[in-house]
Write a protein of this length. Structure first.
Length: 276
């Protein structure tokens, strides 16, 4: 009965999240302050419910819930909502908040309606390792940073296209400037790259200590290092002037799509990344 109630509450959160996005979109189209307030408070309710469930789960399991795909997706969605609320309160930016929440909604929906069998980690007691805990935490934080770079790059492309075609309307007044979006892309990348590097180093060290048949040719390991190299090349290309304006933004978009593919497909094909 308790499990059924929790499932219904999570479904209610998804509905509230969806309604919030609708009001954000109405606000974007009409610059409706009332719709904007409703959207923000609905999102705040979702965040508070998520936070309560997160705390209850920690109390129940006596650990931080990031050691399975089921848990990791939930924590990732919670982080995205947290960042969107902070951006709303501190920087008063609207469209970045909307795009971040779209990504958060997608992952919240995946978590809510995912098959129940992914809730349990098949790695067992080995997951209690503090080293593995730190590895997964840094990996999720790097994914959040890359999500932000994707949002800013998408906004850059939209703004660039609007300015080029001279189709500026009141809807586009919520967009940040080109300089702000480009700075956001770079800052997100400079944050995500070291986080991912640290995560990979710790993950390899854990795997070397715990696993008997570790292969560096594991699909997830290879994909993660390719992701790191891609983002490093993006920064290098930008600093050398080879990637700039729209090419710089598109590079962020393609790199993030590769990260998402590696997150899901790489985990499915991996020999031991089964908790992701």
């Amino acid at each position: 009965m308790a499990d059924l109630t929790m499932a219904r509450l999570h479904e209610a959160m998804v509905v509230l999240y969806a309604i919030s996005l609708v009001f954000y979109f109405i606000d974007y189209l009409n610059k409706d302050a009332k719709a904007h307030r409703v959207a923000f408070w609905l999102l705040s309710i979702v965040w508070m419910l998520q936070s309560v469930f997160l705390v209850l789960y920690i109390v129940e399991t006596h650990r931080f819930p990031i050691l399975s795909l089921f848990e990791g997706i939930y924590f990732y969605a919670w982080l995205l909502i947290t960042i969107s609320i902070l951006l709303h309160c501190v920087y008063r930016v609207d469209l970045p908040v909307f795009f971040i929440n779209v990504i958060g909604f997608i992952f919240m929906t995946i978590h809510t309606f995912a098959p129940t069998q992914i809730a349990q980690s098949p790695v067992g007691e080995a997951l209690s390792s503090e080293l593995l805990f730190i590895h997964i935490t840094f990996a999720i934080l790097s994914y959040v940073a890359f999500s932000l770079s994707f949002v800013f790059s998408t906004l850059y492309l939209i703004l660039y296209n609007v300015l080029k075609k001279k189709k500026w309307t009141k809807q586009w007044t919520r967009l940040p400037s080109l300089q702000q979006t480009e700075s956001g892309m770079t800052a997100s990348l400079l944050t995500g790259i070291p986080l991912l590097l640290i995560s990979l180093i710790l993950g390899l060290q854990w795997a070397y200590l715990i696993l008997d048949n570790l292969s560096v040719f594991d699909v997830k390991i290879i994909g993660s290092f390719i992701s790191l190299l891609v983002y490093c090349f993006i920064i290098y290309g930008n600093r050398k002037g080879k990637l700039h304006t729209t090419s710089y933004a598109w590079a962020h978009v393609y790199a993030f799509l590769f990260v998402i593919i590696n997150f899901f497909l790489g985990s499915k094909l991996s020999n031991f990344h089964l908790w992701y």
